[in-house]
Design a protein around this ligand. Structure first.
Ligand code: DHB
Length: 395
């Protein structure tokens, strides 16, 4: 008899353990936990710093209570491009910490690895940077508030062709966003009468730019179009570009705004002056929303810290999380959360953005900018704009 009871109890315990692994249990009733998967250390540490500061700035400006619940961030470091680690920390966040949202995501490989976790655990996943076009197709629970590489690259290719640049060499980082940028530039530039005379790809980890830059110099194109992920990689490229004297050889530099992002641009110094880029955010953007954003950012990151496009992604991503939490009265369900943000318009520091109901990506203005010195500092000064741009591969 005793044995039968014991078998029954052990059996029940096993079922309970299995259930707790298979399903995230209900969270504390009075908090909404946001699991943030970002790069906080290593060469991409600026991504985590910018994204989490942008999120905290939003909370500072809007309070940390929504629908009667306290918003709590739980930040996990991916240390760089490390998909297995990103997946593991995301699983811990949904199983152990019982987060109601997954958020953050600087690098594409980490984001792709977490997508199935968001699907299986039925948790909404707010992508605040990673910009490979296909990301939103990897889980129905993904909403992206940042941008896509095709969305910001197509305007650069059009601008170049219209401004009498006919022969371009491309150089991209050899991973998904770089391949998106390369393919889009080639297609749109050719459609506008330009010719890509050569293409190079450099590794994501520890790229050595000098030999690549020399090959481009020897080919004598009118311009080089580049995509590298923002931060240290972009600063290293700019250094090689100046050291090998491409600017002095009359080769123009055009790029997506990742290369001259607001976080790295002062480290580039004069080498960046005059570079033309297309992107969705510049700290120099003039609007009341951007002023409020920069003020809140300074309050959490210090008076000398400058927010970049990733910080805007963090800010707008929190805006989405607050909207959803309000609309659902604090009871978060992935399908309802995604439905609640489809078609949502947000007054972002970059301008108005809309979550496209068809793609769960952002429709937004893309700016053409030139690096200039303003009050002794370097900025991407906007001088033209393409309105309401979608990812050209998805529309
Ligand atoms: C990624 C994309 C970017 O545009 C960038 O600057 C950094 C990272 C990415 O998707 O990995």
């Amino acid at each position: 008899m005793i044995y039968r009871w014991r078998r029954l109890i052990l059996g029940l315990a096993a079922v309970a353990a299995a259930l707790s692994i298979a399903m995230p249990a209900a969270a504390d009733d009075d908090t909404i936990k946001v699991g943030v998967v970002v790069e906080m250390s290593g060469p991409f540490a600026s991504y985590g710093r910018q994204i989490t500061n942008g999120m905290r700035a939003y909370m500072k400006a809007h309070g940390d209570k929504v629908a009667g619940k306290k918003i709590e961030l739980i930040v996990k470091d991916t240390t760089g491009p490390a998909p297995d680690l990103a997946k593991r920390v995301a699983q811990e966040l949904v199983m152990r910490d019982k987060v109601q949202f997954l958020a953050g995501f600087g690098l594409t490989p980490n984001t792709m690895a977490v997508a199935p976790v968001a699907t299986e655990a039925r948790v909404p996943m707010i992508v605040m940077n990673a910009a490979t076009s296909a990301i939103t197709t990897k889980s129905p629970n993904i909403v992206r508030v940042s941008f896509t590489l095709p969305q910001v690259t197509a305007p650069m290719a059009e601008w170049a062709a219209k401004n009498k640049i006919k022969k371009v060499y491309t150089l991209v980082t050899d991973y998904a966003p770089g391949l998106d940028a390369e393919a889009t530039f080639k297609k749109v530039f050719a459609a506008n009468g330009g010719e890509v005379v050569g293409s190079l790809r450099v590794p994501l980890k520890n790229p050595e730019f000098a030999p690549f830059v020399q090959r481009i110099k020897d080919a004598r194109p009118e311009a080089v179009f580049i995509f590298t992920p923002a931060g240290e990689t972009a600063v290293a490229f700019m250094k090689a570009f100046a050291e090998r004297g491409l600017d002095k050889a009359g080769i123009k530099l055009i790029a997506t705004g990742d290369v001259t992002d607001d976080d790295g641009i002062d480290a580039m110094g004069d080498a960046a002056l005059g570079v033309i880029t297309t992107h969705h955010y510049s700290a120099a953007h003039k609007s009341p929303e951007n002023d409020a954003f920069k003020k809140a950012y300074a309050a959490v990151a210090g008076p000398n810290a400058r927010p970049n496009f990733m910080a805007v992604g963090g800010w707008d991503g929190m805006h989405v999380i607050y909207e959803v939490t309000n609309k659902l009265g604090g009871q978060i369900d992935a399908a309802k959360a995604v439905a609640a943000v489809k078609g949502l318009t947000i007054q972002s520091p970059r301008g108005a953005i809309v979550i496209d109901p068809a793609t769960r990506d952002v429709v937004q203005d893309v700016y053409v900018r030139k690096v200039q010195r303003v009050d002794g500092k370097y900025f991407n000064v906007e001088f033209d704009k393409l309105a309401k741009v979608k990812d050209p591969g998805k529309s």
